[in-house]
Design a protein around this ligand. Structure first.
Ligand code: SF4
Length: 286
């Protein structure tokens, strides 16, 4: 049986940067507090927590004083920077450069929209860390749109400018944009910005062809990682013999019957490469 790990799968550069910063600080200081889950992958979190990382929520963060705090790749809202300063924390800011740039663009657009009585729209998932950071740039004036049902919130007689969460599904965004275009009174009042991250969007096309090359696909990803779920669904659409697992223990012997000659292993932007390697090693043992 031939087993191949997809070389393009695994951490995106934003996550690599955050993990490297954490490993480095753990070597130096022995303990570091991560504000929220550093990556949506339990196995990688366990590895870092064994080395001394502690994951905290925003409530715990505001009660702690003078600690070393990691701001992860998803980015934080301006309030978190104010709290960190007030509580004397040392901040390791691992906000992904792509997210940082997007935060700045959202802030500038918000000011522009304010001047023309316009609406600043963010396409994204409520409660997602990156979205909270982006909405934080709008001083509560941004309008979060999760899906078509939220489009009724908009006033189509006033200007609208849209941005999206970097990991949002591109097809879903296209659908919403075309609906706004239909509803808006004057097309010149509408501006849209494509802010999905190519580290994610490029993988859809790549996995589409990768999935077709194998008899069986094993997709490795965190259960709470939305980009892993979306990428897995793309594999499944192109190869019905695709299975989602979070660790090697979830592999099932019956997936690899005698007719299976080629197995492809892939994962999301939050899947560590070492975990895919462990899966590759375990399959022959089954
Ligand atoms: S998916 Fe893109 S924006 Fe998000 S952390 Fe990775 S590189 Fe940065």
């Amino acid at each position: 049986m031939q087993i191949e790990i997809d070389k393009k799968s695994g951490f995106c550069f934003g996550v690599v940067k955050a993990i490297e910063a954490t490993d480095e600080m753990l070597e130096k200081e022995g303990k570091i507090y991560s504000l929220g889950q550093i990556v949506h992958n339990k196995e990688e979190i366990n590895r870092l927590e064994d080395k001394g990382m502690v994951t905290i929520n925003h409530h715990e963060f505001s009660n702690l004083k003078k600690k070393t705090i990691l701001f992860r790749a998803h980015g934080e809202s301006p309030e978190s920077y104010i709290t960190a300063k007030k509580n004397g924390h040392k901040v390791i800011d691992a906000t992904c450069p792509v997210v940082l740039k997007l935060q700045q663009r959202v802030k500038q657009a918000c000011d522009r929209m304010e001047k023309v009585n316009g609406q600043l729209v963010i396409f994204g998932k409520a409660g997602h860390a990156e979205v909270i950071g982006l909405m934080g740039q709008t001083h509560g004036k941004g309008i979060l749109v999760e899906g078509m049902h939220d489009l009724d919130k908009l006033d189509y007689s006033r200007p609208i400018e849209t941005f999206s969460q970097t990991t949002m599904n591109v097809d879903k965004i296209k659908e919403m944009i075309s609906e706004i275009k239909k509803r808006i009174n004057d097309p010149s009042l509408f501006k849209t910005n494509n802010t999905t991250c190519r580290q994610v969007s490029d993988r859809f096309a790549h996995l589409r062809s990768f999935a077709k090359k194998f008899d069986v696909i094993v997709f490795v990803g965190g259960k709470n990682s939305s980009n892993s779920k979306m990428l897995y669904e793309e594999c499944k659409r192109n190869n019905p013999q695709s299975y989602f697992i979070s660790n090697p223990e979830e592999l099932k012997k019956e997936w690899f019957n005698d007719s299976v000659e080629k197995v492809g292993i892939c994962g999301g932007t939050s899947t560590p490469f070492w975990l895919m390697e462990n899966v590759a090693k375990t399959i022959p043992e089954l």
